[in-house]
Design a protein around this ligand. Sequence first.
Ligand SMILES: [Zn+2]
Length: 324
Amino acid sequence: MGIKSPRELYGHAIKNHYGLGAFNTFSWETMIAVMEAAQARRSPAILQVSMGARKYVGHFREYVDTLHTLAEQYDVPFFIQHDHCSTIDACKEAIEAGCQAVMFDGSHLPYEENVQRTRQVAEYAHEKGIWVEAELGRLPGFEDMVFSEKAVYTDPDLAAEFIDRTGCDALAVAVGTSHGGVRGEDYLPLDFKRLEEIVERKPDYPFVLHGAASLPPKLIDACNRQGGQIEYLRNCSEESIAEAVALGVRKVNMDVDNFLVFTTAVREFFNGRPDIYDPRKYLELARDAFCMEVEHKMTEVLKSAGRYEKDKGKRLVSDKGDFL
Ligand SMILES: [Zn+2]
């Protein structure tokens, strides 16, 4: 099945009330992990590439080409999205490299400037049939290695206006999640009332949650038991993310939990088998741990699992563009 359009995947998720998981990939192991999880769970998924991954892989265009080629091997649908582009040029490069969707992040800019720049990106991208995700409001946590505790929640009226004025196809909102967690005692509360108000003003519009991995303490415990020294930062619980999906969130970025289990698998192997130096032995375990965590999110949080069993082989949109 391979790569489909964001319109098709979002349309299906909107019609069937589930969330699309957007998982950042950065290596052969992580690409395979996400695709195998999607296949095993009969779930659509978004293959995401961040600026960090782009720097890490070095050959960005070839990396995106590989995602395309690999996706063809699976019979569940994917699309490729570039996460957080802070400049219009970065968006253009992502489009040229073959991504079907780009995220332009102007959330740190003054409102009017965010509107103008997002609209510019949308005009450029739409001519090429590419979807644009934008962001309004500000999440606490790590952004480009800078840690901020400050959050600016998204205003529901402004969100609706922003969508109308910019023409963006999906909007990331700030309602309580954080990029990579913040210091605290308990799970962060999600502002469901605000989320409801946002969705109410634009029903059937794809709203997005960034920073929606949950950092469950048991995952940090598991890593620290193997010698890790991971700080116990807090984020929103998986139950609350699932509730946000039920309220209308259609794309959920969830990464750090996958990163945690990957690292734990490698640590565990090193502790248990210090005699082995074949990297394939531990990368295989790390890949499988990553895959299992993605499967867990699809089943328990996104409710995207099983969506492609009954729809296998069926078209998702009619010739007129209506969602089937
Ligand atoms: Zn983000």
